[in-house]
Design a protein around this ligand. Sequence first.
Ligand code: PRP
Ligand code: URA
Length: 217
Amino acid sequence: MPDVPLPPRLHVSQHPAIRHKLTLLRDERTEPKKFRELVREISWLVGYEALADARLREMPVQTPLEQTDGAELADRIGLIPILRAGLGMVDAMLELMPTAQVWHLGLFRDERTLRPVEYYNKLPDSATVDLCLILDPMLATGGSAVAAIDVLKRWGAVRIKLVNLIAAPEGVAAVASVHPDVEIHTAALDRQLNERGYILPGLGDAGDRQFGTGRPE
Ligand code: PRP
Ligand code: URA
């Protein structure tokens, strides 16, 4: 692993179920249908951990037997999937947080410069949520994540978390240096980037593997 200091706001899941599913996700033999299922399942598990400190409002509830203490989510949660690959994480997060709002951001990485290019932004004029979860399976150079966080902060977002499936140390360091307030939750922290900006060992191109659009070799 390159000698990049890792920030305290990085959470790498240690859950055995996640490690098991990640192994299948990485496997080059895993077909798009199974790959999408795994993206969804791992997203649920990482999202569950990322929401551990969501704020609650106390609320009584009447059971068939008596009234007792209950709680409802007080935070208005915004899910911001980064197109395309982040789309595969949305359904799982909506299962966890059915009232979340979903705001799509389209960014692709220019494969020559590795810089993000914004092509779609459906955010309204000002922030409508208390907690934003950016959904993107891959954190590689960090360019896309930093650009997405820039957009959300300009929008007025204050609490932002990044939810990834695989992160590279370089991407974690890039986010932490520009946006040290942003928590990163990831299923795995991999070794490094290769010369083309792909995560090693990684899983290849997350968008292509979900949507079956990889170019034949
Ligand atoms: C992938 C991935 C991230 C980005 C990560 O998207 O889903 O958005 O690359 O790379 P970075 O950290 O170096 O910016 P890609 O640009 O391939 O677009 P896609 O989801 O449409 O395939
Ligand atoms: N985007 C991906 O989909 N995979 C990588 O390894 C890096 C960026």
